[in-house]
Design a protein around this ligand. Structure first.
Ligand SMILES: C[S@@+](CC[C@H](N)C(=O)[O-])C[C@H]1O[C@@H](n2cnc3c(N)ncnc32)[C@H](O)[C@@H]1O
Length: 149
C-alpha cells in the first residue's frame, strides 16, 4: 500500500520531489482476515497528514511517530476483535493505541528505553480512556523492552 502524507517535510530548493509517500508492505496467507466493507476500503492507498497536533508526543519526540488513524485503518481491515496485534518495533506505541481502540490485544517490543516508557504510559492512558477507568481490562497489552547493548 501507499501512504500519501498530505503535509510532508518541505524542501526549500525546488529541485526534486518531496518525500510524500511511504510504502506499507502487506503480506497474507489463505486464512487471512479481510474485513472490507465498501469498495473504497479496498484502495491500496491511504491519505492523511503525518502525526501532528496533540497526538504527537513532545518528550520524547519520536522522529517517525505514525498517526493512529492510519494504523486503525490497517488493523480494521486485517484483523478481528480479540485478535493479537504484534508490533516488534513499537516506537512510542501508536500501533498499540490503535489496537486497543479497535478492541484487539497487543504485544509491543521496543529497544529504546525512552520510547518504551512513553509507549507504556500512552497505552495505560489509552486503556483508562477506553474503559472509563474500569480496573479489569479485557486486553492488557504485553510490552517488552529489548535492551540496546
Ligand atoms: C519506525 S519506528 C516505529 C514508530 C512507531 N510506529 C510509532 O508510531 O511510534 C521503529 C522503532 O523500532 C525500534 N527498533 C529498532 N530496532 C529494534 C530492535 N531490534 N528491537 C526492538 N525495537 C527496535 C526503534 O527504536 C524505533 O523506535
Amino acid at each position: 500500500m501507499v501512504w500519501h502524507k498530505t503535509n510532508p517535510v518541505p524542501k526549500f530548493r525546488k529541485a526534486g520531489f518531496l518525500n510524500s509517500c511511504e510504502m506499507i508492505v502487506c503480506m497474507w496467507n489463505k486464512g487471512h482476515t479481510w474485513n472490507f466493507g465498501k469498495q473504497s476500503d479496498m484502495h491500496n492507498f491511504f491519505e492523511s497528514s503525518i502525526c501532528m497536533g496533540p497526538e504527537r508526543l513532545d518528550n520524547p519526540k519520536h522522529p517517525t511517530q505514525k498517526p493512529v488513524k492510519l494504523l486503525k485503518h490497517l488493523i480494521k481491515i486485517a484483523s478481528k476483535e480479540g485478535d493479537i496485534v504484534l508490533d516488534p518495533f513499537m516506537g512510542v506505541g501508536s500501533t498499540g493505541v490503535a489496537a486497543l481502540k479497535m478492541n484487539r490485544r497487543f504485544i509491543g517490543i521496543e529497544i529504546e528505553r525512552d520510547y518504551f516508557e512513553a509507549a507504556k504510559k500512552r497505552l495505560q492512558q489509552s486503556q483508562n480512556t477506553l474503559f472509563d477507568n474500569t480496573p479489569v481490562l479485557p486486553s492488557n497489552p504485553t510490552l517488552c523492552y529489548s535492551e540496546n547493548k
